[in-house]
Design a protein around this ligand. Structure first.
Ligand SMILES: Nc1ncnc2c1ncn2[C@@H]1O[C@H](COP(=O)(O)OP(=O)(O)OP(=O)(O)O)[C@@H](O)[C@H]1O
Ligand SMILES: [Mg+2]
Length: 264
């Protein structure tokens, strides 16, 4: 099975503590990926920024009011630092992992209102049976265009279409999407793509802060809806608790999903 997995920043870092990776979790997730490759899955890995890239990008915006050319070195370096850890544990787990840092092959394109990326080497690596690893990153802007951030969520969904993934797994620090985050019994175990807008409006009603809707998991749900609605390829999408080794292994090996499963 072709699987794109996003190891969320919420899973592999402590978002409350700047520059803090959860190395034990990264090791466990890398082993789960290694196992599922052994079991025949073809895996493409994306990871988030968590307390690395996000923290530096935020301080740049606080200092200068925007991201500028000089923000590219510190933000990209913070992401490389986290990526090095992910790579180390993947190679240790026997995966033929190869890193593709987006700041080196994508531009922020204001004229197109999107990113312009040269994905060919990454896609070629995937079709050769290697395990490409990429991540949320800062992108240099085209002529007349400031840098911007490409999120790991966006990259996962863009790449899922490019490789014809059958499944996209968002491994996070929560079990899945809750109707009400404060009620553990409100986990949504399965839904159809077309039901997302309705569910989002219900989540919105059940949560007090508007900020919760555009960030965190509800924000992810909105992206999943937008990308998949306009994509020819319609993979199933899972949101799972990536800290549970068995849950992650099953999800990456084409097994049952324990969490939230979104069907086309
Ligand atoms: N209704 C909800 N159901 C589940 N989680 C929610 C909900 N609303 C908000 N959240 C929050 O969303 C968080 C996960 O989203 P977040 O963007 O932090 O993770 P991530 O995508 O793994 O990290 P990153 O963006 O750094 O890669 C959870 O930790 C949870 O607190
Ligand atoms: Mg996120």
């Amino acid at each position: 099975m072709k699987v794109v997995v996003k190891l969320g920043g919420s899973l592999i870092t402590d978002k409350a503590k700047p520059f803090t990776a959860r190395e034990d979790i990264i090791r466990m997730a890398a082993r789960a990926a290694g196992k599922s490759i052994e079991n025949g899955s073809q895996i493409l890995i994306v990871h988030g920024g968590g307390s690395f890239g996000h923290v530096v990008a935020k301080s740049e915006i606080e200092l200068y009011g925007e991201l500028r050319g000089s923000s590219v070195p510190p933000v990209s370096e913070a992401m490389m630092e986290l990526n090095n850890k992910v790579m180390k544990y993947l190679l240790e787990a026997g995966a033929m992992a190869v890193s593709f840092p987006p700041h080196s092959f994508c531009l922020n394109s204001c004229s197109k209102g999107t990113y312009s990326c040269y994905f060919e080497p990454l896609l070629r690596a995937f079709s050769l049976g290697l395990t490409p690893v990429t991540f949320g990153d800062i992108l240099i802007g085209e002529d007349g265009c400031r840098p911007s951030i490409i999120s790991g969520d966006d990259l996962s969904l863009i790449l899922a279409e490019k490789v014809g993934a059958e499944r996209v797994v968002f491994a996070t620090n929560v079990e899945g999407i809750y109707r009400d985050l404060s009620d553990p019994l409100s986990l949504i175990t399965q839904l159809r793509l077309h039901e997302i807008p309705k569910i989002l409006s219900e989540i919105r009603l059940s949560q007090t802060s508007v900020a919760d809707v555009t960030s965190g998991l509800p924000g992810k749900l909105m992206k999943i809806y937008r990308y998949l609605s306009s994509s020819m390829n319609k993979p199933e999408v899972a949101i799972i608790d990536g800290s549970r080794s068995e849950v992650l292994k099953k999800a990456l090996s084409g097994g049952e999903i324990e969490g939230t499963l979104i069907l086309p």
